[in-house]
Design a protein around this ligand. Sequence first.
Ligand code: F6P
Length: 538
Amino acid sequence: MNERLTDIWQKLSDHYADHDERDITTLFERPERFERFSRSCGDLLLDFSKTNLDEETMWLLKSLAAEAGLPEKIKAMFEGDKINTTEDRAVLHTALRAPADAEIMVDGQNVVPGVQAVLDQMSRFATALRSGEHQTKGGKKFTDVVNIGIGGSDLGPVMATLALAPYHDGPACHFVSNVDGAHIHDTLKGLDPKTTLIVIASKTFTTIETMTNAKTAIKWLQEALGEDVSEHLAAVSTAQDKTEAMGIPLSRVFGFEDWVGGRYSMWGPIGLPIMIAVGPDNFRAFLAGAAAMDDHFRTAKLDDNLPALLGMIGIWHNNVCGYNSRAVLPYDQRLARLPAYLQQLDMESNGKSVTLDGEWVQRKTGPIVWGEPGTNGQHAFYQLLHQGTYVTPAEFLIAAEAHEPELAHQHTLLKANCLAQSEALMLGRSKNKAREIAAKRGFEGDKLEEMAGHLSFPGNRPSVTIAYPKLTPFVLGQIVALYEHRVFTEGAIWDINPFDQWGVELGKELALSLQPLFEGGDASSKDGSTQGLLKKLT
Ligand code: F6P
């Protein structure tokens, strides 16, 4: 490893050793802590003042990012270099949201016109579907759309369609991902095949879950509509030969290139259900929000660069403080699926143990990402966040304004809860304060001391807050791109490849080998546990 880097890591860990006991609240004794430890970009404010970071830590983290080549790596990504080295691919989800007049070259060709052509094709299709111009086989308007896909071909559209519910004025959208027949059964049960469009979304068009669910859905359509159901089908894929084999007319196949990773793909045709739900203009506003964040990530210096800062804070908590998970806590019910979306984005990208050159990494890489919307989480797992023995940095998301003016008082309560949680995590409650409370509750002597133990909170638990005006399509685009580039920043510092996912292959292979064993195949080569379970489940 580069000696400068080793030196900076060492300085970070020394710095932490000198300050790990420091109370975050003492950092607020210096003037303008919030102003110095928060940054804005576009509509987003990132407050990281409630962390144990000080000027020296920030300086070391920026040195680390610079020494790890983050600025050069950002440039390489945006310029279409083949930074996904294990798959020999460029990484250009940013091209999907680039302005129409941008020029982004891959293998000597500007890819932007192609992206725009598909976007136009999607817009025409979505508009025709939403207006009723594109009709069902029986000449009716489509009422429902079922997207069949999994992972990156599901989580983004699910998350964004829910997030943008106030803008949803197109057909109802449903999502089937799990190969568990219960998922498609329960989804189709309430729908009318005569007015339902099935979108089969799969980058590779080979994923077993999606192909299996697609066959079930086609059968469901055929039972109601007869053999030819092509008018009720659309496909999104990079593999047009395979979509054709499934009988989907080319006019309803939306293609994209292999330089778009599955978990980075909702900005293009994988986002078709989002566009059908909220319309092409809102979808373009969503892209524009992400493009604004791209521009910021590409051009802002590290000191002001929101995604880079969020990444550095992640590195600090994970690698230096040793916190191995982070909780994403949107105080926004419509971001209920954001934690699940970020689990794939973050954990499939940075859940790696080797560096770009295939050597075992020297440090911990991607942390465990989890979360639920507040305030629900408060009544579930926040107990552990406040008084458990693990420290989990929390990431709060909150809008200044809701979409329901008539329920503004509820939104005020939501905001108060959000701020209360980050405050409580930081402040905690001292043993003395806990004694006072216990005394007021009538406890005395040993019992008072015992209760004081239960009523005290360690505090000093770090959190960041991302605040935005209102969850519009433009704001959502900024939030998601912020997280994408945060993942990139962390991956760049660890020198890993965030754009492949070899770790999911083995399970897929073994599932294929296990399937016949449920139909009487020879299981003798399997381990004892697997054999026992096979017996129990057959
Ligand atoms: O499980 C791995 C994975 O390849 C994800 O990266 C991807 O988003 C998902 O499967 C679905 O893949 P596809 O879009 O090719 O069906």
